[in-house]
Design a binder for this molecule. Structure first.
Ligand code: NAG
Ligand code: NAG
Ligand code: NAG
Ligand code: NAG
Ligand code: NAG
Ligand code: NAG
Ligand code: NAG
Ligand code: NAG
Ligand code: NAG
Ligand code: NAG
Length: 337
């Protein structure tokens, strides 16, 4: 049984200003949860075109996909992708990243030519109300203070700024602008994630590791991959997300698989043959990973031109566990049995 309770609270995070509701899912996953290794295709090339790069799933389980064709972000739910949002920006193409806020503002990298990050309301059919210049964001995230983070792949950095600030001044939050494998350096960072405590998680792709930069720290620690203790070998990690308990889920892109973690450490969840392929159990250079509200894993299966969903098969804990996440006007308590 799943019971969802909403109640008001401003108290828990009252020290942090400008909190927005969390727009993405962070489900409670039991340590012995399993996912069906045979995925369901929720969108294929007839809908999303060739080589989709970025997908975002909101708390309504609406799926947003930035496509490489027709200058559009494709939006859909329950297999119905009939609602393209056309982005009429010149040369919007090959957009590697996408983030949707609780206000349904869409932040998307405009692609190879201009490298701007724009905010398009889901209502908008082309106006560009906000735009920031950044040298190619391979990861985008908006934290609970409404700060926008951009993972600048070519500069080996993660930069940030308030979404209120329309100037083009970004603060460097991680990386030294020179590739390296020290605790201060990154090497072609891709997907990023910022938790409610403002800790930053980076898919440090060419270092084959996941770095965590605690809030305000320029020196990171390695949580997974090259240099971590008790870990697995990663090859080109492209995306990292957290569950309700802060365990990591990683797109191990060059191994064509999805890695999860729990109290027992790391394990493979999907694509576990680690070979590229086209069957429903395979992935082929996957790029992003999102939870839906049920704990299913929605994966951008780039070279297969499809969005795959791995259904959570078992997620039963011995005792009911209550998870609490806090947002601006509500606390969501999720009790699972
Ligand atoms: C896994 O998913 C496939 C495809 O939807 C389905 O045919 C199969 O029965 C599922 N297996 C389990 C154990 O649920
Ligand atoms: C792009 O537009 C063409 C013509 O309007 C259409 O046939 C095609 O399906 C569209 N492709 C995508 C991926 O939306
Ligand atoms: C999200 O879902 C709720 C409940 O179905 C609905 O009222 C709300 O309009 C949805 N929001 C968006 C932006 O689709
Ligand atoms: C998006 O563009 C397509 C093709 O140019 C057009 O048919 C469609 O009506 C547009 N959609 C919106 C929401 O403007
Ligand atoms: C994004 O665009 C929408 C629509 O124009 C606007 O209402 C909203 O304030 C913008 N958000 C930010 C953070 O600028
Ligand atoms: C959406 O568009 C309609 C009609 O233009 C407008 O009345 C409404 O305020 C818009 N909503 C948002 C959230 O921008
Ligand atoms: C951002 O802008 C909104 C609306 O103008 C304002 O209420 C809020 O205090 C601003 N936040 C920051 C952090 O400046
Ligand atoms: C980082 O390095 C690139 C290439 O050397 C340069 O163009 C860019 O201005 C640098 N950025 C910062 C913030 O130092
Ligand atoms: C970091 O780079 C140095 C120099 O290239 C190399 O000797 C060292 O093995 C690397 N360390 C790790 C953990 O990869
Ligand atoms: C998961 O572990 C709990 C004990 O923590 C056990 O009660 C439950 O049956 C397990 N579920 C599965 C599917 O193994």
């Amino acid at each position: 049984m799943i019971r969802i309770v909403f109640f008001n609270t401003w108290l828990l995070l009252s020290t942090i200003k400008q909190i927005s509701a969390i727009s993405y899912n962070q489900p409670k996953i039991c340590s012995n949860a399993s996912w069906n290794s045979t995925a369901i295709t929720v969108a294929d090339s007839t809908t999303i075109g060739q080589y989709p790069f970025a997908t975002f799933v909101d708390t309504n389980n609406t799926i947003y996909v930035s496509t490489r064709t027709n200058n559009s972000i494709i939006v859909g739910q329950n297999g119905n992708f009939a609602l393209p949002i056309n982005i009429s920006i010149e040369n919007f193409y090959y957009s590697p990243s996408l983030f949707v806020t609780d206000a349904y503002d869409i932040y998307v990298d405009s692609g190879q030519t201009y490298y701007q990050v724009g905010n398009w309301s889901s209502n908008s059919t082309g106006s560009v109300p906000e735009m920031y210049e950044c040298a190619g964001c391979w990861g985008l995230f908006v934290d609970i203070r409404n700060y926008l983070y951009c993972s600048v792949y070519v500069n080996h950095q993660v930069v940030s700024k308030s979404v209120n600030d329309s100037s083009n001044i970004w603060d460097i939050v991680a990386g030294t602008n020179i590739s390296g494998n020290t605790s201060f350096a990154l090497n072609y960072p891709r997907g990023i994630y910022v938790d409610v405590y403002l800790n930053l998680y980076v898919s440090d792709s060419k270092n084959n590791r996941i770095q965590k930069f605690s809030s305000g720290q320029s020196s990171g620690i390695t949580l997974a991959g090259n240099g971590a203790a008790n870990t697995i070998v990663l090859d080109g990690p492209a995306s990292v997300v957290l569950d309700a308990d802060g365990y990591l889920y990683i797109v191990d892109s060059n191994n064509h698989r999805i890695i999860g973690s729990d109290v027992n450490g790391f394990r493979c969840i999907a694509g576990c043959s680690a070979a590229a392929g086209t069957t429903p159990t395979n992935l082929w250079y996957p790029t992003t990973l999102s939870f839906d509200s049920y704990g299913n894993l929605v994966v951008t299966d780039q070279y297969n031109n499809r969005i795959q969903k791995f259904i959570i098969a078992t997620n039963t804990c011995a005792t009911p566990t209550t998870v609490t996440t806090t947002s601006n006007a509500m606390t969501t308590s999720l009790t699972l049995y």
